[in-house]
Design a protein around this ligand. Structure first.
Ligand code: ZN
Length: 115
């Protein structure tokens, strides 16, 4: 289950983002962007996260997860389109020389500290 590793990384980054002069910090919200092809199961990620954050400033953090669509660019004719399955052929020129622009990312958009 690689969601545990991802959750650990997210918590690590969040903890590092807390300014040192904040007393008794609490992180209220974290906004994540996860690509549809990042193969992250959202429920597993939330579950792993909830285990790791026990007794940390992230214990009550709300995870807001935004799913990022898979965007593909054709290197031959320049067409860009969104895909739902992993079979890639350009709909315009049938080329297979393609580049994935988004869809695999696991990004932290923002981290919000409670007042
Ligand atoms: Zn094309």
């Amino acid at each position: 289950m690689h969601e545990m590793g991802i959750a650990e990384k997210i918590v690590e980054i969040a903890l590092a983002s807390i300014p040192e002069d904040v007393k008794d910090p609490k992180i209220e919200k974290m906004n994540l962007r996860i690509g549809k092809f990042a193969s992250v199961v959202e429920d597993s990620l939330r579950f792993c996260f909830s285990i790791i954050v026990k007794d940390t400033p992230l214990e009550d953090t709300k995870l807001i997860i935004k799913s990022v669509p898979v965007l593909v660019h054709c290197n031959k004719c320049g067409t860009e389109w969104e895909v739902d399955n992993p079979i890639f052929t350009c709909p315009e020129c049938k080329a297979t020389d393609l580049e994935m622009l988004s869809g695999r990312e696991i990004d932290i958009d923002s981290i919000e500290l409670a007042d």
